[in-house]
Design a protein around this ligand. Sequence first.
Ligand SMILES: CSC[C@H]1O[C@@H](n2cnc3c(O)ncnc32)[C@H](O)[C@@H]1O
Ligand SMILES: [Zn+2]
Length: 433
Amino acid sequence: MMKTIIIHATVLTVNNTNEVIYDGAIAFENGVLTYVGPTPEELDTYGEVIDAQGRIVMPGLVNTHGHTGMSLLRGYADDLPLQEWLETKMWPLEAQFTEEHVRWGTSLSIVEMLKTGTTTFVDMYDHMDIVAELTVASGMRARLCRGVIGLCPPEEQTRKLEEASAFAAKWNGAANGRVMTMMAPHGAYTCPPDYIERIVARAHELDLPVHIHMSETEWEVQQNVNDYGTRPVEHLEKLGVFNRPTLVAHAVHLTDEELDTLAKYDVKVSHNPISNLKLGSGIARVPDMMERGICVSLGTDSSASNNNLDLFEEMKMVALLHKGHRQNPVLVPATEALRMATIYGAEAVFMEDRIGSLEVGKQADFIILDSGRVFFHPSHDPISHVVYAASGRDVKDVFVQGVQLVKDGRCLTMDEEAVIENANRMFARLEKK
Ligand SMILES: CSC[C@H]1O[C@@H](n2cnc3c(O)ncnc32)[C@H](O)[C@@H]1O
Ligand SMILES: [Zn+2]
């Protein structure tokens, strides 16, 4: 592959010092960054030179929790609490999902994520072979898992576990490492304890991380106490979950002791502020997590509870929400919000050696924003503008592993019109009550 260099950009490296390089450049070859620094005078050695004057170049965003197939249910059931939303709206429709529903729901998600600057996503869902195939075809990077709900007879539990394991073993490392996998019990309230232990044992055997919903609502915490005599964190600790590298989604309702436990085991958190607000679940103790050194990353959850996959919105939300909630404007500064959407996201999906920042040796996963638009001016603090003023609609170009996937706002690897048409067709076929 030829050497490419992008010059005259404002480069947000998101390295250890959050360095911003004005009139900066990044170069890459074979999908790997070979240069990050000021625009060099000598450009003869590069096969392709891209002038990014008036643009911001930054790491691709990492969405650490979602269910991509559920974009098919965007707007279908709003303004309900989680349990009612799941039991009366989501699960009855998902029970009708075939591979084709997941294909077009996931395609809708992938196009949206790519066009709004997400280059890596986590997906916990069913029919995951389809999701993996689409990930490969789209050029995105992902950490995928077949989510298992254990509220079913033992034979069914075993079938799901075997399916999840086979998927995880088959796809881990696929597409030159762009697809990685995990094992995923859906939650402590949907999986009996012995089932969680079996899933974790399988994660040990396959040497994979664990992903799970945890402590999302007060109802869930109380249910855990009623059923097992402990709150979810102690429950999962006892079941050995945290002995594996673990990414928990939500982590809204936590005591001080539970926060200490997460810090002790280096459990990664996917904070989903917009979904938590929309479902009325509550506000996670993010400033207390940060104080303890817990890795806090950002997730959208699905389009059915968000209702989009624009991670720029989560970045702004996390920076604002906790300031307002604690009446303290110092909390979650813009630099930390940006890190949550990039390098902390990379840590949360256990890929920080490869993605999350623009540094030589890392993968060339990056996005280019049009910073000529009026709300990027005066242009003295690009990190502030990216977090507080920008949106996913400002993303012009997207590269993963050095391959361009979005060019001037158009997705090169997916047929957007066909995706929209098919998603509408598949939604129309579902029987609604
Ligand atoms: C089979 S794994 C995916 C499963 O998760 C459900 N889901 C979607 N959003 C949430 C959420 O916020 N909390 C808990 N579970 C959620 C989805 O409906 C799928 O069945
Ligand atoms: Zn979820």
